[in-house]
Design a protein around this ligand. Structure first.
Ligand SMILES: [Mn+2]
Length: 474
């Protein structure tokens, strides 16, 4: 398989890149037509792809099974997933959003989200990703590679490219997605459902962690709620509610091969209440949710495992502070822990905290996401997100990395002056999983022309200055 000119992975410059031959993806299976999933290939209707135009002339290519139906035995197959990917790709280019139920009828959505939600709710807060598990079919004990993916934000075509470029999930290739599947981009629903389908098909090979956007607050501000309403109209409320229920079940973090901690935001505070604090009584409870710097200390994996994650939004207090931190925190160049004032939620943690955490748990890396080019533009002392990743802390025990997988982000912007950032994903190779290989990629062009589902001229670019007052606290 030759790389297309639009695939710049090989030009990604990084001292941690290994030779190009290991980056070569396997050819897609014959059963999938490359043009149907290749976002850069011409779609059946080239030229004017404005889905607001009549779709009467756009009949799907004969190899697509439309509408998607749920398998009679309830078991998803690889062919089923390939068809789902091809159908979503085709409909995103050829149908107006309101015709989405003709692609994925609501009862098929119901079946998928039910199975996936049950599966996800059962997973612990911090999942253990074990690439040494013997292959259940062959008994083969060869370890698998693990691909880590950062923010996707509804950029379906870039995700489809990433999956083809990295190679689809398989017994030899595990995936950990670091959250923020929805919002801002116009295909959050397709993106999330596609990842759920992979999860259901390969539960021990695909892990979906929660991002801060998998919440009621963010999805009501940054587009996902409106997107779902536009796609499912009178069934929209039902579909949105089911999605929120599924978000609640997403695990918060992972530890890969005992070497790499991943979470959307990052590290988190200890919520152990010291006796002196308890004595202060109710009058000081405010300090709990808005603590001064002196009372903050780094949380343990044991505390993370005990946190109650099935809360959609703040109030982040008591043990709920941990999910808030894991999903919203950012690294700092200054030592220690501090409240994250820019975001209004979560923490800032310094290189000393990275070292403490890595050393305590004998880890080599923290891989977190959460900061795109817009957020990085405002952060003094940090590299920009032009390449899709940055190495933010280099400490004695290892490194802390930010990984962002949405190229040419955000999809909708008020000015023509775009960031033109690449997206990146990381491959961790056996046997040691401690030499991450970065693969950078550019956005698939052209993106189908669609309208945004949020007021991108009014809503601030990055998730700063969180409007806590407007959050649903029930
Ligand atoms: Mn985020």
């Amino acid at each position: 398989m030759t790389r297309s000119a639009s695939n710049p992975s090989a030009s990604c410059t990084s001292t941690m890149i290994i030779s190009a031959d290991t980056a070569e993806p396997p050819s897609p299976p014959d059963s999938i037509t490359t043009s149907a999933v290749n976002g850069s290939a011409p779609s059946p209707l080239t030229g004017d792809q404005n889905p607001s135009l009549s779709s009467a002339s756009s009949s799907p290519p004969p190899e697509l099974h439309l509408p998607v139906s749920w398998p009679q035995d309830g078991k998803l197959s690889l062919d089923w997933i390939y068809n789902l990917m091809a159908c979503f790709d085709w409909s995103s280019k050829n149908l107006p959003p309101s015709e989405f139920p003709s692609v994925l009828p609501v009862h098929v959505f119901d079946s998928l989200i039910l199975v996936a939600s049950k599966m996800l709710h059962k997973e612990p807060n911090c999942v253990s990703v074990d690439p040494f598990q013997p292959n259940s079919d062959t008994g083969d004990r060869a370890a698998s590679a693990v691909v880590v993916v950062g923010d996707v934000h509804g950029q379906l075509h870039d995700l489809l490219f990433l999956l083809r470029d990295a190679g689809y999930p398989s017994q030899n290739r595990l995936f950990v997605f670091n959250g923020d599947y929805v919002d801002r981009g116009a295909w959050g629903l397709e993106t999330f459902l596609l990842l759920l389908a992979w999860k259901v098909f390969m539960p021990h090979n695909v892990y979906l962690l929660r991002g801060n956007h998998e919440s009621k607050y963010c999805t009501s501000v940054y587009g996902f709620e409106k997107e779902v309403m536009a796609k499912y109209s009178d069934k929209g409320k039902h579909v949105y509610r089911k999605c929120l229920g599924c978000f609640e079940g997403l695990p918060l973090a992972s530890i890969i091969a005992g070497r790499v901690y991943t979470a959307h935001g990052g590290l988190f505070r200890s919520v152990t209440v010291t006796p002196s604090k308890r004595l202060k009584g109710k009058r000081n409870r405010k300090n709990y949710s808005n603590p001064d710097t002196k009372t903050l200390s780094l949380g343990s994996l044991e505390e993370l495992s005990k946190a109650r994650r099935s809360v959609l939004d703040p109030p982040w207090e008591g043990s709920n502070l941990i999910p808030g931190d894991v999903l919203w925190s950012d690294p700092s160049k200054n030592p220690g822990l501090a409240p994250n004032k820019e975001r209004g939620i979560g923490l800032l943690w310094g290189p000393d905290c990275t070292e403490e955490f890595l050393k305590k748990y004998q880890l080599k890396f923290i891989i977190r996401s959460h900061e795109g080019p817009d957020a990085r533009e405002k952060r003094d002392g940090f590299d920009g997100m032009n390449e899709g990743y940055t190495i933010d802390h280099i400490v004695e025990s290892g490194k802390m990395i930010t990984l962002f997988s949405a190229p040419d982000y955000p999809q909708f912007q008020a000015t023509d002056d775009r960031y033109n950032n690449k997206g990146a994903y990381v491959v961790l190779e056996p046997p040691h999983f401690d030499n991450p290989v970065f693969h950078c990629f550019e956005a698939v062009t052209p993106r189908p022309k669609v309208n945004a589902y949020y007021d991108y001229e009014e809503v601030i670019d990055s998730d700063e200055e969180l409007d806590l007052a407007s959050m649903v606290t029930a």
